[in-house]
Design a protein. Structure first.
Length: 509
């Protein structure tokens, strides 16, 4: 019998965009300087009354530019409100599917709202020993290509500490492999906890039910099935690989060009990722989705209650070839999506509230987000998506070098100014030094973001369940941040397994 060393705490993460100086970016400092320029010019011309009159206005502008309010500056809030108002006035936020309007042309064309409107799907060439045809997702807005896999994992709830550590190391190796290939820009892991509809259980009971069974036994079986279905939950997990066009176009040209050439390059990446998922990560199965499978995953993301009908039709089609069980991509999205509200998103007969999860400075153990995926009421759906963006070694070395230089400069300024070095300063310096050491050892630098969402029927109070979601995040040791004014994009990131979530930054490779 071995004594467990205890759970491993993961941390040592830093801000995605650290302040250029004093916690502010270069743009903020430029705005502060330009807003104070009239006061300086007035003082230089000995117009002191004008300089004193402009001083309160300059102070207000500094507050608007420098003081963050729920993750954004007041100036950015005003700009977002203005853009949202313009979009609503021009009708850009209203959306209705072509299927609901009766104008559907090609059933294979995806018809999705908001940030998903640029999605187009293609059936790739045969892949694997079963000659399956995984769907290749093209995002024309972001100029990316993606593939989606449904995975099955036994979970870590009953695993020992050593097994959890081994799975964590396996995930780190997977991300390092993705960074080494320099093709994959985002690896998105999505987990859904949805109400159990009992479709498979009902089909099995209907097939194996004996007509000569006692009436009381059949009544008890039906009552137990109803109770189990009402109280049960089901878990779904997806992995999405996103590759930018600028990284794949050369290799795709050598592989034949077009969609098939890009698919062949993606198949090589899929084989490497699948081997690591089944091996060190501990997945029991990895299934790359074809077009009907992806359409079903998207549809159940928008409408969790439709899964029962889709599963029943699929099971019935196995015995009756006349039943149409394939869902076309044109019907995968919602029928209508009204303009998104400020703090939630309405889609068909459901509405969702989404927030991001801010990582704590003290770190977290594996499985700390489990309470976030636990529904608080029957009929509630929880989703969580973790986006991993492997950063190339050249860019990572430059980022860590700049952060190390800033840390040393700040330490030297505090020393010369006679200020006492606090524990937080020593912790930040040790974190930067640790990142530099791990990067020199060959480890990869990964950008991480987490989006979580709760979905309930439209007759329920989304305000109440949004608070419950935030309480679950807080109880897990993290800090929630509701994505106000962007709930439609946040829902797509948290609930739809297409790899859309991390914003694209200028100059990112």
């Amino acid at each position: 019998m071995t004594v467990s060393a205890g759970p491993v705490r993961y941390g040592s993460w830093s801000k995605d965009k650290p302040g250029w100086f004093g916690g502010l970016s270069a743009r903020a400092w430029i705005g502060v300087a330009l807003s104070g320029l009239p006061m300086v010019l007035a003082a230089g011309a000995n117009r002191w009354l004008l300089a004193l009159a402009w001083a309160p206005a300059w102070a207000v502008l500094v507050v608007l530019l420098a003081v963050p309010v729920r993750g954004r500056s007041a100036f950015r809030w005003a700009l977002d409100l203005l853009l949202r108002g313009i979009g609503g006035a021009l009708g850009w936020t209203d959306w209705q599917s072509r299927a609901a309007a009766g104008t559907t042309g090609d059933l294979d064309d995806a018809d999705l709202p908001g940030v998903l409107s640029g999605i187009q799907t293609h059936d790739g060439p045969p892949f694997g020993p079963l000659l399956a045809r995984p769907v290749v997702v093209a995002d024309h807005r972001e100029r990316t290509w993606a593939v989606v896999a449904r995975i099955t994992h036994p979970g870590i709830g009953m695993s020992e500490s050593t097994a959890r550590t081994r799975m964590g190391i396996g995930l780190a190796e997977l991300l390092e492999g993705a960074a080494t290939t320099e093709l994959v820009s985002v690896v998105a892991l999505q987990v859904r906890t949805l109400p159990d509809d009992g479709a498979e259980r009902a089909a099995w009971q209907q097939t194996h039910l004996r007509p000569e069974a006692p009436r009381l036994a059949r009544a008890v079986t039906a009552e137990l099935a109803a109770v189990m279905t009402h109280a049960g939950v089901r878990h779904e997990a997806f992995v999405t690989l996103v590759v930018p066009e600028r990284r794949i176009h050369r290799q795709a040209k050598e592989a034949g060009g077009g969609v098939d050439g890009r698919a062949r390059v993606l198949y090589g990446v899929m084989g490497e990722i699948e081997a690591r998922l089944v091996g060190p990560v501990g997945c029991t199965s990895v299934t790359w989705l074809d077009s009907p499978g992806l359409a079903s995953a998207i549809r159940t993301g928008f409408a969790p209650g439709d899964r029962a009908g889709l599963a029943t039709a699929e099971l019935a089609a196995r015995t009756d070839s006349g039943i149409a069980a394939v869902l076309p991509m044109a019907a995968a999205g919602p029928t209508a999506a009204p303009p998104p509200e400020r703090r939630h998103y309405v889609h068909d007969a459901w509405h969702s509230a989404t927030c991001t999860v801010l990582l704590p400075d003290k770190g977290a153990v594996m499985g700390a987000l489990a309470p976030v995926l636990t529904p608080t009421a029957a009929g509630e759906r929880r989703c969580a998506t973790v986006f991993f963006e492997p950063i190339s070694s050249t860019r990572a070395d430059r980022m860590v070098g700049n952060e190390s230089m800033s840390s040393e400069l700040a330490t030297e300024l505090r020393r010369r100014g006679g200020f006492r070095e606090r524990a937080a300063h020593r912790r930040d310096a040790a974190r930067v030094e640790g990142q530099d050491v791990r990067l020199a050892q060959g480890n990869a630098l990964v950008r991480v973001s987490v989006a979580v969402s709760v979905t309930v029927p439209s007759t329920w109070s989304i305000t109440d369940y949004g608070r419950r979601l935030e309480a679950s995040v807080t109880g897990s040791g993290f800090k929630p941040l509701r994505l106000d004014l962007a709930q439609d994009s946040a829902f797509a990131a948290a609930c739809i397994p297409l790899g859309i979530g991390l914003p694209r930054r200028r100059g990112a490779q």
